[in-house]
Design a protein around this ligand. Structure first.
Ligand code: NDP
Ligand code: OXD
Length: 309
């Protein structure tokens, strides 16, 4: 199969060498080295620029080398009417779960306060609740949110997960849909966003939502920058409604140097590393999708265009 590949990341060489190793039975064309765009049957792309797709007349599928697909809509002038396949990688899910768990523990045990105390050589001990008394609400119970919920619940936190449609996960209270949202927020001392960015979830982390959380709550956004209304977050942190925020994702990445988020004392920033994708397993999934297409079968993990994820 004729396959266009583009991995616009600092470790692109690792992805390319995995592709050359695992997809040796396909003809790979590495962007922008594309002699005959009309021959390409599958495009493995993250942020396809401008009108790339209009030049790929024989395209049969787009394979996204990551979990989220919203960046396709943002970068491509027009998407062709072909299946979009995404990654659903257990390695990434575990990485995300570790990130969420470490941020939950950091907040619950107050380690930020001890880091600040250390800068002033203050020896002061602060007592804390047990995990079972801390309510963690996870927005999104898919590959990422499901793994995060299990990890956090495994060490005793009181976890509730919220999804669009009802989901059952052993050991976790699950709720679904708009009707359950308000109650869900009220039981989220720590609110974790692991939703896809769609027209229904854009701007969902906003002042109205923050106002329904318990006082002093932590908000963790490891999904997409577009979920968060930054001015609402700053307002809720500054008026004391929220205790802290952890942000891994931003509408503009890298986060511009002049962003007020960088220096806010209640905000922890990480550079979109909550779950770095893993070339070996990621390429394994990409190749399974390409092989299915070549065999005339339907690949796994096809995005529902109506839902947008
Ligand atoms: P999935 O598609 O597996 O899961 C999405 C979940 O969100 C599902 O449970 C879905 O509900 C729920 N959901 C979608 N829309 C709504 C809605 N309107 N209301 C309530 N729930 C909704 O996605 P993943 O778990 O694989 O990934 C989630 C997101 O995480 C990605 O889209 C990406 O943006 C982000 N991500 C960030 C990374 C990072 O490093 N920071 C790395 C990887 C992903 P239902 O179960 O009913 O379908
Ligand atoms: C993804 C991501 O969606 O890394 O895979 O954010």
């Amino acid at each position: 199969m004729q396959v266009l590949v583009d991995f616009p990341w600092e470790n692109a060489e690792d992805w390319l060498s995995e592709m050359r190793r695992q997809a040796a039975h396909h003809d790979l064309h590495v962007w922008p080295d594309l002699a005959d765009p009309g021959s390409i049957e599958a495009a493995v792309v993250w942020t396809p620029g401008g009108d790339l797709f209009s030049t790929l007349g024989r395209l049969r599928a787009i394979v996204v080398p990551g979990a989220g697909v919203d960046q396709l809509w943002r970068h491509a002038a027009k998407l062709p009417d072909v299946p979009i396949v995404r990654l659903a990688d257990p390695v990434m899910a575990t990485r995300m779960a570790e990130y969420v768990l470490s941020m939950v523990l950091d907040f619950h045990r107050g380690f930020g306060r001890y880091r600040r105390q250390q800068t002033e050589r203050i020896w002061a001990r602060h007592h804390h609740a047990d995990p079972g008394e801390v309510q963690v609400g996870i927005m999104g119970l898919g590959v990422m949110g499901g793994a995060a919920a299990r990890h956090v619940a495994a060490i005793g936190y009181d976890v509730t997960g919220w999804s669009r449609r009802p989901r059952a996960i052993e050991g976790i209270r699950t709720v679904a849909g708009d009707a359950a949202f308000q109650d869900f927020l009220g039981r989220s001392d720590i609110l974790v966003c692991l939703l896809p960015l769609t027209s229904s979830t854009q701007g969902l982390l906003n002042a109205a939502v923050f106002s329904q959380l318990p006082d002093g709550a932590l908000v963790i956004n490891a999904a997409r920058g577009g979920h968060l209304v930054i001015s609402d977050l700053l307002g809720a942190l500054d008026n004391g409604k929220l205790g802290a925020a952890v942000l891994d994702v931003f509408e503009d990445e890298p986060l511009p140097a002049n962003s007020p988020l960088w220096h806010h004392p209640k905000i922890t920033i990480t550079p979109h590393i909550a779950s770095l994708s893993n070339p070996a397993t990621g390429v394994g999934q990409i190749v399974r999708a390409l092989d299915a297409l070549e065999a005339g079968e339907r690949p796994e993990h096809i995005v529902d265009p109506a839902a947008g994820y």
